[in-house]
Design a protein around this ligand. Sequence first.
Ligand code: ATP
Length: 354
Amino acid sequence: MVELRNIVKRFDQNTVVSNLNLDIQSGEFITLLGPSGCGKTTTLRMIAGFEHPTSGEIILDGTHVENLPAYERNVNTVFQNYALFPHLNCFENVAFGLRVKKTSKADIQSRVMQALKLVQLESFANRRPDQLSGGQKQRIAIARALVNNPKVLLLDEPLGALDQKLRKQMQVELKHLQKQLGVTFIFVTHDQEEALTMSDRIAVMNKGNLDQVGTPSEIYDHPMTTFVAEFIGETNLLAGKVLNLSQGQLTLECDGLQLFAHTDKPDFAVGNEINLAIRPERVALSKEKVDGHINISARMQERIYSGGFTKTIMALPDGKEFIAQEKTDQLLSLVEGDEVNISWNPAQAVVLKR
Ligand code: ATP
């Protein structure tokens, strides 16, 4: 549905998107995820037609659109700040684009009411935006963006202004709506949890580059770069180098410890500088070593309770912090200063080039 080929965007001498390639399927919910300033919004604005690439091609449903103005592209955008017309009621806000296109009165009536129904706000047709909550305003903005049946909906941090509870509720609603309509959604957020919850695929951007594109579980369980491993969820990183390599089995030296790991990537060689990434929830704490697992001795420093889960922060022999996350009702009894054995299954750690 959307193909981005070798997209480069420069503002003066500043390259904000470098050689980006991405294919987005029809009906897909894809999220552009990355820290502030990595080029997500600029990429979205190029698809919308509000910015033009310095070079590269944008193909929408088989048609080159690089040189088409925004209003000739079959895409609509939903912005974080809603961008509703304050003097128009909800009905007229949603109807606005149809009126500009000189759609018939009867058609406008039925399509606007259908769009309001989709976002469960039919009974709010006569209210003005200042008589709505933040979540309701955002729903009207979504109805307005959907009313002329775009093939692609672009959403730029659409839930950013909502409080945490409403945001979570809208995440679920928006995902259901997208599946129900089958419209391709390209969603921008810097919130990794939001991206993991909502997306079919996530495209992780880092300083204008695409570091990795994959399903939420591919991105979370099999990060391809240290940046992705650190940006998505929490991770323990042990810096080291490859001592030996045989059929996907790596012997590593990390912070003075000799460790083993597996990799399915062919691109490692003896002497490579690496990071070993281990998720806190893949780590087990015990008094004794665990057979067949990697075992490291550490000292307990602090525990952080967060309801069903508790984090234990430990210090490795060289003083580096290491975090384990366990179910609160299965915690090993420990007090500050206790020696503890950290273990993990070598298959569950990821080796990344540094
Ligand atoms: P955020 O999450 O903060 O919105 P983002 O990933 O969406 O960030 P962009 O808004 O795409 O980032 O901006 C990428 C870079 O391009 C930033 O360094 C920004 O300052 C720069 N930039 C964006 N628009 C312009 C512009 N019109 N002129 C000059 N520089 C710009």
